[in-house]
Write a protein that binds this ligand. Sequence first.
Ligand code: HEC
Ligand code: HEC
Length: 130
Amino acid sequence: MSAPLTHRLLWPAAALFLCALPALSQAQAPKAAAPAAAGAPVFKNLQFLPKDITKPALRMTMKEMAKALNVDCDHCHKEPDMAADTDKKKTAREMMEMVKTINAKFPMTMKKVTCWTCHRGKQEPELGPK
Ligand code: HEC
Ligand code: HEC
């Protein structure tokens, strides 16, 4: 059940985000506004995921990536500061872009690519058959 989640959550959420863009930039205009304002972004350093992604959706995405690589959160994060970037986190962000590109670019064939497709529970995918 977990493999297609990226698909169901990430990309529809991204599409929603695009529709919500004008509203969001307006909401962000007064920079000094109280951070807890309704609908204000919860997360500080999202460069790929929609900035208004819900906590459960973000958590599900993170868990799925962790499972695909068979690692804990701190493989990519320097806990407790989840917003800070690390080398692995930057790589993961690039991988997210790559997966999205593959799924978008080859609609006849490659629509179901996830982290698991290549990683299969390994930090680095195997380079060839054993
Ligand atoms: C394979 C690497 C990887 C793993 C494992 C991972 N994350 Fe992430 N995480 C990321 C990336 C990449 C981002 C930034 C996404 C973006 O730029 O849109 C992120 C962002 C986040 C954020 C948002 C921080 C902010 O304020 O910007 C939280 C919270 C978070 N992760 C929690 C977790 C938790 C909890 C786990 C373990 C269940 C976890 N992550 C596992 C790569 C990872
Ligand atoms: C098309 C195959 C493919 C897919 C899909 C893929 N990866 Fe990777 N990933 C690789 C390869 C190959 C490497 C090793 C790159 C290298 O060292 O040159 C790698 C390396 C990584 C690394 C660095 C490994 C390390 O510990 O140094 C991270 C983190 C990572 N991938 C995260 C992800 C995440 C998260 C996803 C899903 C959003 C993902 N990958 C999807 C092929 C893939």
